[in-house]
Write a protein that binds this ligand. Sequence first.
Ligand SMILES: Nc1nc2c(ncn2[C@@H]2O[C@H](COP(=O)(O)OP(=O)(O)OP(=O)(O)O)[C@@H](O)[C@H]2O)c(=O)[nH]1
Ligand SMILES: [Mg+2]
Length: 251
Amino acid sequence: MKKVAVVISAFNCQEQLKQLLVNLINIQANIAGYEFKVIVVDDDSTDNTYNVGYEAGCYMIAFGQNQGPGLVARIGLIKALEFQPDFVIHMDGDGQHDPTFIPEMISLLEKGADYVICSRFHIDSKQNNTPQDRLKLNREISNRLSLALKLCITDARSGFFALPSAILKGVVDVMSVERYGYPIELLELIWECVWQEGRPPEVEEIPHPANYHISTPTVDYSKETPEEKQKRFDDAYAVLDMLSNRLGLTI
Ligand SMILES: Nc1nc2c(ncn2[C@@H]2O[C@H](COP(=O)(O)OP(=O)(O)OP(=O)(O)O)[C@@H](O)[C@H]2O)c(=O)[nH]1
Ligand SMILES: [Mg+2]
């Protein structure tokens, strides 16, 4: 039986996480031949997020203080490898990501993909209240990265992705982005890691709805302040700058 580790980054999203875990159990029951391990990384939530994961039987990681999205994801990915899975999937616990895409992700990995992204900005992705600033940010970041790396990516910031453990092992120790934008660095690290094997990376995207109609106690896109929006922009462009310096390229 093959093993899949699912890492869920969670921050103050008790209701969304509860529903996600119910949906995940149904999906697991319908995929034969895979054993799942679900790891929830709780970024010091002040609501019942920890207990929701614990009571559903997830492996729980918690901290005494808030770490930020990039660090939380990396800690979860490192822990996932300890369970010796064949594949690792990361998703957000805030309700933006739909686990019914997991079988398709696994199927693409089985066919040899090095990285599978559920893209919220694919031409076929349904937009649900997507703020204009997110469309602009993701379009620009994804276009610039695609040009520099000769890839065809529409959502370089997606936190819903899957990869083989063998690839993750080669990159997880050097992931350095602690805040937003960590998937941009992860994609570049995978690209480098695979090219070092002497072959072009196989990156696949699955169109996934852009769910910006959700709201949690900490995420409500309709009430987001200009400062909160700016944080996403600043973090993403800081990652592009760092990668440009690292690669000696203009991204
Ligand atoms: N907002 C926030 N999310 C966190 C934090 N730590 C972990 N997370 C998790 O990080 C995930 C991604 O956060 P989002 O704010 O949705 O960021 P994003 O998906 O990269 O970008 P958008 O959805 O376009 O805003 C969420 O599921 C959170 O549970 C934190 O300190 N703040
Ligand atoms: Mg999100």
